[in-house]
Ligand binder design. Structure first.
Ligand code: CAA
Ligand code: NAD
Length: 302
């Protein structure tokens, strides 16, 4: 048994320290879940203020969890909170952090070149056993991994927003991902308390391949004037039992991220009307209206 591998029948790297790159809504959520399940976590972003905001958000969320889960055991609740927060550190220097990490989970902007540049650089400094994973919504894991020399230790870990609440993780293997890496990612997802599904490296994996065409179709329905956004949202919530309608959900995901996904897929499939450009989405993004995170998208917040 090699160093860092478990001795169970299924060989997997035991993840003790995880580096999460990108301190936005997804990175902060992944850090919260990893820290509260006993992992040492370093959250990395280029922007120090974002990191401070992320830590405050994690603490606020955990306090809410503690208040509910430990209502009749406040001391145990305080201990849980302290332990989880002690597991979180922050850094703006990814290169130095990855030198002591078992797993890198990337949750930065949805742009292939930026992700490739990040991983290409980290590949040169991370230890040999370190597994790299991307939380991309729509890009090919194979393409992202191509900037590294660790194709066997590279996979996808696709979380859902809000990470502390959504129970699924899609675990993605490319044709080069080793069985040991895949098992390590499955095991890590389990350690986080999530249910995982195995996905091939196909555009949008399972969820987004089904969700994005639905959302984009709703936007086109609105653009044609076939229904107001409010009515479409009410219809899908009350008619299908969805927790959010497609416009509320787009604002929640982030219209910038939605546009990155649409742009990538429409460039790759120029003749497929399913992924055609949306004027309304393009306009909102051009105006800096990215949804909930900027205070306005399809709807206004606060
Ligand atoms: N962080 C942590 N916890 C949160 C949270 C957040 N951001 N938002 C809500 N919660 C918790 C609340 O504390 C509450 O916990 P308790 O039940 O323990 O009290 C629970 O979630 C329910 O929250 P609320 O009562 O405030 O609100 P709600 O019932 O309206 O639920 C929601 C909020 C969970 C976000 C729900 O509206 C929902 O499920 N929406 C759909 C989300 C979805 O579809 N996500 C997938 C997006 S696609 C994606 O992620 C993939 C991609 O690549 C783009
Ligand atoms: P976000 O805009 O909230 O956060 C992205 C963060 O990455 C920002 O804080 C930014 O400062 C940081 N960043 C950008 N380039 C960086 C770099 N080179 N190094 C370090 N940090 C960098 O975005 P998000 O919604 O958290 O999405 C992040 C990723 O997760 C994207 O790939 C997105 O497609 C994917 N994703 C998003 C959702 C969602 O619902 N929003 C769900 C699943 C997956």
């Amino acid at each position: 048994i090699c160093r860092g591998l478990s001795s169970s029948a299924v060989r997997h790297v035991v993840i003790k320290h995880v580096t999460i790159i990108g301190g936005g809504q997804m990175g902060a959520g992944i850090a919260q879940v990893a820290a509260s399940t006993g992992h040492a976590v370093t959250l990395v972003d280029t922007n120090e203020d974002i990191l401070k905001k992320a830590v405050k958000g994690i603490e606020g969320n955990l306090k809410r969890v503690v208040k509910k889960k430990f209502a009749d055991k406040p001391e145990a609740g305080e201990e849980f909170l302290q332990k989880a927060m002690q597991n979180v550190s922050i850094s703006t220097d990814a290169g130095s952090v990855v030198q002591g990490t078992d797993l890198v989970v990337e949750a930065i902007v949805e742009n292939l070149k930026v992700k490739q540049d990040l991983f290409g650089g980290l590949d040169k400094v991370a230890p040999a056993h370190t597994i790299f994973a991307s939380n991309t919504s729509s890009l090919s894991i194979t393409d992202i991994a191509s900037s590294t020399n660790r194709l066997d230790r590279f996979g996808g870990l696709h979380f859902f927003n809000p990470v502390p609440v959504m129970r699924l993780v899609e675990v993605i293997a490319t044709s080069s991902t080793s069985q040991e890496t895949f098992d390590s990612l499955l095991n890590f997802s389990k350690m986080l308390g999530k249910t995982s599904v195995s996905c091939k490296d196909t555009p949008g994996f399972i969820v987004n391949r089904l969700l994005l065409p639905y959302i984009l179709d709703a936007v086109r329905m609105y653009e044609r004037g076939d229904g107001s956004k409010e009515d479409i949202d009410i219809a899908m919530k009350l008619g299908c039992g969805y927790p959010m309608g497609p416009f509320e959900l787009s604002d929640y995901v982030g219209l910038d991220t939605m546009k990155f996904i649409m742009d990538g897929w429409s460039a790759a499939n120029p003749d497929n009307p399913m992924f055609a450009q949306s004027e309304v989405l393009n306009k909102l993004v051009a105006e800096g209206k990215f949804g909930k995170k900027t205070g306005e998208g399809f709807y206004k917040y606060k």
